[in-house]
Design a protein around this ligand. Structure first.
Ligand code: DGJ
Length: 581
């Protein structure tokens, strides 16, 4: 699903097709935004270089009126956002069949360029949050031509059925026109970097479609492509799919219910395949015009949950991968606990990691960039709260300075990160021969010591959980509230005994875990900023700014020197060199 460096065969074929069909403003194929596997990480390549998307998604209706949107652009810029996720609505671009109006798209591209921002467009086509509210009225009104999903009571629900060719063809036709237009107006400047197909698809209110074509498909054979995929990837399947297949006899052919069972998981696999096929046809139509990376997003739940049967859920990753080769990333919208567990569930099975929607929490952003090779982080409806002083804006400022180092660290595996939440006592990161221990800060702006609650260390974010380790679905519990982070740190190893560290609300000690003298301490510690990738030093830190403990005898028993790093609430960067004794 990812263009390997320099390009997979599929990618090369697409690009060749694209080059052949290119008209106005056609870019050189090599410069089209694309995903590339670089060392350990899959990264988004823009202008021939890896790109870190410090993004924000606009509220749903914001891009339906340029005048409404106007004041928000500069606020996003002040917030150090570099990429904006913007909805494009089917009903607004194709008000009558075959008659397209791209004035809003053009306006958004124009205004983004004016503010030096990049875009990702969200195609609100057949479905937005399961429902078909963004389809044009001429589609909505003609349910005979464009059939809806039918529930077990025979009721039409407001969701276009995935089982009818007319539905995906109408959607794909509009999406193809959109992508042709994007190529024509933006192929050279490449303001638009990636596309999202539909938005949080999946069924609500019932578990599978009962429309006549759906019944026919359910009683038909599992397509050979899926059976072949499962057989070929048997050893690397995610545990959820492997188990569901095994529980039903590991059959290599049969009807859907014969192969995957007739419980909700079995029906979930059936619906996932058909949603993914539908959306793959839409993605393919768009990529034939302009092959930039394409993702889908998912509201988090599990496949036996109340809604989203058929969605691109963590449980059904393999089904989507098999069904949708034109979709490059399956992404989570993380509003629910536990952030780290959702990250681990989506960043597996070769799926690159991108978060199109979440809360504007800087700790999770830093953690995911440093721990999970994250391509981009994007809080939802952020334009409403964006200004240069939000905690996320201050973190984006620093992340922007560090972006080249972060991207290099991701590809070389020389980066690590930790995030602290209210019930975390400490986290640890192993990197470059040292173990760093990160605790709640006691520096300026840190919470008082009596608010430093003890708790289940590592439970929220610092420790990557083995996927599938929580029973059959591998999905975290539904209960609980999303815990805001209280501090964070990111570590980049830049040479032997040398690190660049960014942090906020944290205090950090370290000890060696490589052979040699048992205690490590600070040789030099310098704060500073990166200006155009050049380090501009600030204060040299020592004394009260680095002495964390004075009971040196006690510290020696712990292989500690008493020296360490303090980060106040304002995120900052330090250069650290270490010596041992
Ligand atoms: C998730 C959806 O994807 C967004 O478009 C928006 O509806 C938010 N939920 C609202 O919280």
């Amino acid at each position: 699903m990812v263009n390997k460096a320099p390009l997979s065969t599929a990618g090369a074929v697409l690009l060749a097709a694209f080059a052949a069909g290119a008209q106005v403003n056609a870019p050189e194929p090599a410069s089209v935004p694309h995903l590339e596997k670089r060392g350990n990480a899959t990264q988004l390549m823009v202008d021939g270089r890896p790109y870190l998307a410090l993004a924000a998604e606009l509220a749903n209706s914001a891009s339906s009126n340029l005048e409404y949107l106007e004041p928000y652009w500069s606020r996003l810029v002040a917030s150090h956002v570099n990429t904006v996720l913007v909805a494009v609505s089917w009903e607004l671009i194709e008000p009558e069949p075959g008659k397209f109006d791209f004035s809003l798209v053009d306006g958004v591209i124009h205004d983004a360029r004016k503010h030096n921002l990049r875009l990702m467009l969200l195609w609100f086509g057949s479905w937005k949050n399961s429902m078909s509210t963004y389809a044009p009225t001429w589609v909505k009104k003609d349910t005979k031509q464009y059939p809806l999903l039918v529930d077990e009571n025979g009721h039409n629900l407001n969701m276009m059925s995935v089982f009818y060719e007319a539905n995906w063809k109408a959607d794909a036709n509009a999406y193809r026109a959109l992508m042709r237009h994007v190529r024509e107006v933006d192929g050279k400047d490449q303001t638009v970097l990636m596309m999202q197909i539909e938005n949080e698809v999946g069924i609500r209110g019932t578990f599978r479609d009962h429309a006549p074509e759906a019944e026919k498909a359910l009683n038909g054979p599992v397509p050979k492509e899926l059976m072949d995929y499962l057989a070929k990837n048997r050893d690397s399947l995610i545990p959820e799919i492997r188990k569901q297949w095994a529980d039903n006899g590991n059959k290599t052919s049969g009807t859907w219910r014969g192969v995957f069972g007739s419980d909700r998981r079995g029906d979930g696999i059936f619906m996932s395949w058909y949603y993914a096929r539908y959306m793959d046809q839409v993605a393919a139509a768009g990529k034939a015009e302009y092959p930039i990376p394409t993702f889908v997003n998912a509201a988090l739940g599990d496949w036996v949950g109340q809604y989203s049967s058929g969605a691109a859920l963590a449980d059904t990753l393999n089904i989507w991968q098999a069904a949708a080769p034109h979709i490059d990333i399956l992404t989570p919208c993380i509003y629910r606990p536990v952030f780290s567990e959702w990250a681990a569930l989506f960043h597996r099975a070769g799926n690159p990691f991108f978060i199109p929607e979440t809360r504007p929490d800087p700790g999770y952003a830093v953690w995911a960039f440093g721990r999970h090779d994250l391509i981009g982080f994007s809080p939802f409806a952020y334009e409403r709260s964006a200004d240069g002083n939000t905690p996320l804006a201050r973190a984006y400022d620093v992340l922007g300075q560090l972006a080249p180092l972060i991207l290099e660290g991701q590809s070389k595996g020389t980066i690590g990160a930790a995030v602290l939440v209210p019930d975390t006592q400490s986290e640890s990161v192993e990197l470059g021969g040292y173990t760093f221990e990160i605790k709640r800060g006691r520096g300026p702006g840190a919470p008082p010591a009596n608010q430093q609650a003890p708790g289940r260390a590592g439970a929220q974010a610092g420790v990557q959980q083995a996927a599938g380790g929580r029973g059959q679905t591998g999905v975290p519990p539904e209960q609980g509230t999303f815990a805001s982070s209280t501090g964070y740190a990111m570590f980049i190893s830049t040479g032997p005994d040398e690190f660049v560290i960014m942090g906020s609300g944290a205090q950090i000690t370290f000890r060696p875990h490589a052979p040699g003298p048992k205690t490590a301490s600070i040789a030099t510690l310098e704060e500073g900023r990166y200006v155009d990738s050049r380090w501009v030093p600030g204060r040299r830190l020592n004394g009260d700014d680095t002495s964390l403990e004075y009971s040196l005898g006690e510290q020696a028993k712990l292989n500690q020197s008493g020296q360490g790093l303090r980060f106040g609430n304002d995120p900052s960067i330090v250069h650290l060199t270490i010596y041992r004794y």
